[in-house]
Design a protein around this ligand. Sequence first.
Ligand code: NAP
Length: 486
Amino acid sequence: MDPAAPLGSSERPVRVAIIGAGPAGFFTAEALLRRSAPEFDVDLFERLPTPFGLVRAGVAPDHQQIKSVHKTFEKTAAHHRFRYLGNVAVGRDVSAEELAAHYDQVVYAIGSAGDRRLGIAGEELAGSHSASAFVGWYNAHPDFVEFPFDLSHERAVVVGIGNVALDIARVLLRSPDELAKTDIGTHALEALRASRVREVVLLARRGPAEAAFDLRELRDIAALPGVRVQLDLAQLEAAEPGLAELEPAARKNVEAMLAMARAPRDPDAPAAERTLRLEFLCSPVELLSDGHAHVRGVLVERNQLERAADGSVRAIGIGNFLELEAGLVFRSVGYLGVPLPGVPFDAKRGVLANRDGRIVDGERVVPGLYSVGWCRRGATGVIGTNKADAHAVAEKMVEDVAALARLASEAPGAPGATPAARTHAAVDALLASRDVRVTTFADWSALDAVEIATGRGRGKIREKFTSVGQMMNHLLRSVRDDDDGA
Ligand code: NAP
């Protein structure tokens, strides 16, 4: 690197740290590295040794097609100006301030690690769980594999009717034999084999026209052998007169549900072993205890809809209550970002405070700091949504290079300047001084090969490592074996 060369030239590329190796992080790296002017040099930091964020630990194991986007990320990782720094937690191993000192631009792509609460009594009872914990558990995320999910109850209730709720329902209802071929954690597969859950009830506070799921997700469940989808025809017919005014996706949802509810039963079809029940227009008001601090059911209030002047539709309780027995309750009501020390946070929206991806402190744009993906816009959209988001934020970063160069010429320590700290060697030395064992993309490739080989031996797509300790031990053993062999 030539410190005297202009910022963004091949002799002095813009040094970028991206925090978080999920889709938003990788798509941002891709958008920056494909440019020839200005040129960027990307260090991608990830808390775990394993990359790909929700592609690995969020997408359900029976949705392998969606996971294939990792091939695009691998191409980005092969770029000569890309480095992967796994097993480095920002906020623990290195601070936001230190990153700002070592890079010209820092992009946070840390997702939404928190989950929304219901804010009702009984939420803390045993048997009441967040969707994110269950999703992490079946996907063998090291933070969640030890979670105690008791599947010995016949009915599970999922609060919320978005795509995550449908993922949870499908995993609970699908035959474990089918899941056995996927990359589901073996601990979860064994628990699902022993599961006694026969009915999953999705609780939607609003009506069929406001359901947040994508139709293909409901169709996936309806197509499962031995699974029946139970809908209330009267509730659906109440939404029918308004069909023409709905957005296309909502209209298709309602039409498909109406068709499902009206379809005549085949008298020769075998009785369904498991049921998905969709309950619209009800809100949980309390999780009921069995007297031993375990949930035994949900107290639900019926709602009616109210349309506001701005066209939004709200659910209003009508004082009509019912009890739904259930030993297992998931709240699947969306995710929220969590603050990161040193980065302004917008607590109201649950995102890093930003204006179109540029981090702001009050009204002031913080030069060289960005956010992308869920931590920028909130937990909305599918994986592909992050591509457009990443490209838009990368454009802002490109626009800002000239201003950064100006700032650098005025103040030598400012982003865009070239102090000694702004090199690979300085970052590596800082992490080494803290005994952080940074893992590379080659390390991930080695772990990947082990997971695939172990999985193949068990008739699965892969068998994931379930703890960071296991991963690091494996990598250490490989280094020792190499040294012994040399
Ligand atoms: P979501 O799509 O925002 O759905 C949240 C659900 O929770 C909505 O039905 C919402 O109802 C309900 N809700 C919120 N607060 C509630 C409350 N206090 N009481 C009762 N219900 C409440 O969130 P998500 O399912 O967690 O998904 C997050 C994002 O990931 C979405 O963009 C989703 O599409 C995406 N995703 C995609 C896939 C896929 O493509 N296969 C899979 C998983 C996730 P209201 O509408 O009434 O607010």
